[in-house]
Ligand binder design. Structure first.
Ligand SMILES: Cc1ncc(COP(=O)(O)O)c(C=O)c1O
Length: 428
């Protein structure tokens, strides 16, 4: 597949636009410049058409340019984009979020996931009067100083059951790790041990309910319920980072999917079908600190009407007919995932889809993954090569193997994807 104009655009871009990409997550060996999106497809500036399973790293749950959202945003544009005052959309969206997400009594809106995470960590510390937070090795909760720790550490990184808390980038102050405890994912004993010895100092435990940042590793049977029980016993705030899983695994996110309700959660991505808005919310007792300004939550762009209009249209669309669209996305994902697994087996190709139906990760070789240390045993060269060859076949998945479904993906897309995967395996 010819990507001459993308290459030229990249050469031009890097002279003024740092690195030629808007986010470190978008750095690829070969540049890809997109001209437009249409439903489940993107077209690059060379005119190549790809089935899009990246969906902007998650937000495009309704595909590109969904009619209902475009209309809602266009209507809002004619009324104004920001007022710096309350507007009805705020309570209309809040009511919908509270209706759909089990743990949420009260909610606030932010512009990005990182920002929402930053705030809930402060909120948990304020609520408990304790300084420390437990996070799990390999989990990503945004790029802010106080939590961008041990997301993708490489050895030496401590013992498997007692990982070091490792800063992710130069520039993070050394002391950011002082109030973080990093534990292995899916190791209940490690959490128990830590709470027993330091519970009185621990404000919160935060997690991706499925570790999609590294390998799509889900919680082991009963693990989330056990964490719920332990955190309640020790008065620790349980936080689900539902930036990826919210309004995706189920309408009520991972907490509905797994049937475990946290104290606080953050959500973003799928929430507004491609508009920059996220949010946090949870139990009234904790969120009262926000409501009463004891923990002030501020931001010029908070709950701006343009993004709220997009969110309201998205939530109405996702929840109509009792969540018909959510079921469709899951069904398409299940079909794609199981058919891919079938093909991998048929071709003795060392790859497997893990995670959930609406979002899964292709891993290689086939291993049982429990935590980040297991994830490091994967062969990333194989996954990256598979990604590159699928791209040349007109199928765009994330370089780290993640594929996300949207309401716009069709049976034809799934069929074409399977045919492309088969050609890649045959020519491997
Ligand atoms: C699990 C998780 N949490 C937090 C974030 C940060 O969100 P944002 O990029 O909107 O700041 C991301 C982003 O990919 C994420 O995947």
């Amino acid at each position: 597949m010819q990507r001459k104009r993308s290459k030229e655009a990249f050469e031009r871009s890097i002279s003024t636009f740092a690195g030629g990409v808007g986010s470190a997550a978008r750095t690829f060996p070969e540049p890809l410049f997109i001209e437009r999106g249409e439903g489940s497809h993107v077209i690059d500036i060379d005119g190549n058409d790809y089935i899009d399973y990246v969906i902007a790293y998650g937000p495009l749950i309704l595909g590109h340019r969904p009619k209902v959202v475009v209309e809602a945003v266009s209507a809002q544009l004619t009324k104004g984009t920001m007022f710096g005052a309350s507007c009805e959309l705020e309570f209309l969206v809040s009511e919908k979020v509270a209706e759909l997400v089990p743990c949420i009594d009260l909610v606030r809106f932010t512009c990005s996931g990182s920002e929402a995470i930053h705030f809930v960590l402060r909120l948990a510390r304020a609520y408990t009067g304790r300084p420390k937070v437990i996070k799990f090795e390999g989990h990503f909760h945004g790029w802010y100083d106080n939590i961008f720790v041990s997301v993708k550490p490489s050895p030496p990184m401590g013992l498997p059951n007692a990982p070091w808390a490792m800063r992710q980038t130069p520039g993070q102050p050394e002391n950011v790790v002082e109030n973080l405890i990093v534990l292995p994912w899916n190791d209940l004993q490690a959490v128990e041990r830590t709470l027993k010895s330091q519970g009185h100092e621990i404000a919160a435990i935060i997690m991706e309910p499925i570790m999609f940042s590294n390998g799509g590793i889900g919680p082991q049977e009963g693990y989330l319920a056990d964490l719920r029980e332990l955190t309640s016993a020790y008065g620790v705030v349980l936080i689900f980072d539902e930036i990826v899983t919210g309004f995706r695994l189920a309408l009520g996110g991972a907490q509905e999917y797994f049937g475990v309700s946290p104290d606080l959660c953050v959500f973003g991505k799928g929430f507004a079908a491609g508009y920059p808005i996220s949010g946090f919310g949870g139990r009234r007792e904790i969120m009262e600190l926000v409501a009463t300004n004891r923990v002030p939550h501020m931001g010029t762009f908070n709950s701006n009407p343009l993004c709220l209009a997009a969110a309201l249209a998205t939530l109405k669309e996702l929840s109509k007919d009792n969540g018909r669209i959510m079921r469709y996305i899951s069904e398409m994902g299940a079909r794609l995932r199981s058919s891919l697994d079938g093909l991998f087996q048929e071709h003795s190709f060392p790859m497997k889809a893990v995670g959930a139906d609406p979002i899964f990760t292709l891993i290689s070789p086939v291993l049982d993954l429990r935590d980040y240390r297991d994830f490091l045993r994967l062969e990333f060269d194989v996954i990256h090569r598979f990604h590159g060859e699928m791209l040349d076949e007109g199928v765009w998945l994330m370089r780290r193997g993640i594929m996300m479904l949207s309401a716009a993906h069709t049976e034809e897309d799934v069929q074409l994807t399977l045919e492309a995967a088969e050609r890649v395996m045959t020519g491997w």
